[in-house]
Design a protein around this ligand. Sequence first.
Ligand SMILES: Cc1cc2nc3c(=O)[nH]c(=O)nc-3n(C[C@H](O)[C@H](O)[C@H](O)COP(=O)(O)O)c2cc1C
Length: 367
Amino acid sequence: MASQPTALSNASEIEVLHEFVKLAKAKLGPGPWDYIAGGAETETTLIRNRLALDSLAFRPRVLKDVENVTTRSRFMGRDLRMPVILAPIGSIEDIVEGGAVTPSKAAAEFGIVHMLSSVAQPGPEEVARSNDNWKLFQLYVRGDAGWIDEIVARVIAAGYAGLAITVDLDHYGRRERDLAKRFKPTARRAAPTVRMHQERFAWADIERIKAKHKIPLILKGIATAEDAAEAVERGIDVIYVSNHGGRQLDHGKGTMQVLPEVVAAVRGRAEVVVDGGFMRGGDIVKAMALGANAVGLGKLQAFAAVSLGVPGVVRMLEILEDEAIRCLGLLGVKSFDQLTPRHLEAITPIPGRHGIASAYPLLGEDY
Ligand SMILES: Cc1cc2nc3c(=O)[nH]c(=O)nc-3n(C[C@H](O)[C@H](O)[C@H](O)COP(=O)(O)O)c2cc1C
């Protein structure tokens, strides 16, 4: 008789990544679930993130020595056990015990890096004190130049290694799952008067911040070669290709469709990060083959953190690493730096599979 899997209450019992999605959905009410899983308006951008990944097939090379494959890589002058950033999650304190400390500790334990959202609790100092790992901070502009200078000074004093400014939220996307349920996460309850600062924010402000503060700058939410070039000309250190997981501008491109033009425009003058729909080790391999230096995880991080806290996120990263190692080995390379765009080819994705189900077909119809 086939044995049933036991109730998954222990991270070490998790064998496949979709189990985190199931656990998270079972644990959250419909409002918080949709806050994590949903996108803006028709959710076309959200779906295209997965579609862009699914529109790439691997071209494996065989008969290479692929003993001792490693996912280790370098980013922002530091070692990462795997080229992955835990992306900023606002209002994480609403959905995860320990709030932003949870992914920060998990990143430390596994050996990658966490980017703290400026609209997450606890704030930068308390997160900094929670572990010794290096850290990144992400800022939404919610005040004037004086306000920005004060928060940037705090972040530098707390030892953060980089400041990401999110540039794809000048207007808040219409997240219709949230609107239809009248669901408002904590970060959305901010006074409307603070929004004008983000709306007015422009390249001149980036130049001012760059001139005034000694901290590597990351622009998060770049979606064209033109803006990547503008950023590089202003000495930005990291170009972060993102559409906010499809939560902002609807009917945008999938980020993996954007990545090649950005890599070409940057021409090695800055590092490049990409996020949007990354759910598998093989997805990370695809981004690295196209010239990314690291990949961000939003929803997958949230599902693992909601499910089982720090051990859950660490286990999720272990499974991703295992998938990535097998994928690299089967492609005939021992590490990410041996990949080239010739390991990939454009292909028609399998019809009828989209969104999260394209990453985890075992989830079935309800997701
Ligand atoms: C619940 C949730 C909250 C988020 N909050 C922020 C935030 O505070 N700041 C930010 O720059 N991006 C935020 N994002 C976007 C993520 O940092 C990341 O760009 C995106 O989730 C990547 O796509 P993925 O979810 O498909 O992995 C959030 C995403 C989610 C799912």
